[in-house]
Design a protein around this ligand. Structure first.
Ligand SMILES: [Zn+2]
Length: 52
């Protein structure tokens, strides 16, 4: 059995998105845009595209 572990950075990206469901961080703007979320989304998209 071979289980591929989720990389730490991907886990971190998920955590960032989950966190922003109920909270804001220091990167969040008043309009709701957040650079941290953008980075996390980009990272997750790249991860899912790369994963076989
Ligand atoms: Zn934020």
């Amino acid at each position: 059995m071979r289980v591929r572990r989720t990389p730490y950075l991907i886990q971190l990206a998920w955590y960032t998105l989950e966190f922003h469901r109920h909270h804001t961080c220091t990167h969040c703007t008043r309009s709701g845009w957040c650079s941290a979320v953008q980075v996390a989304r980009t990272r997750l998209t790249a991860w899912y595209r790369y994963r076989p």
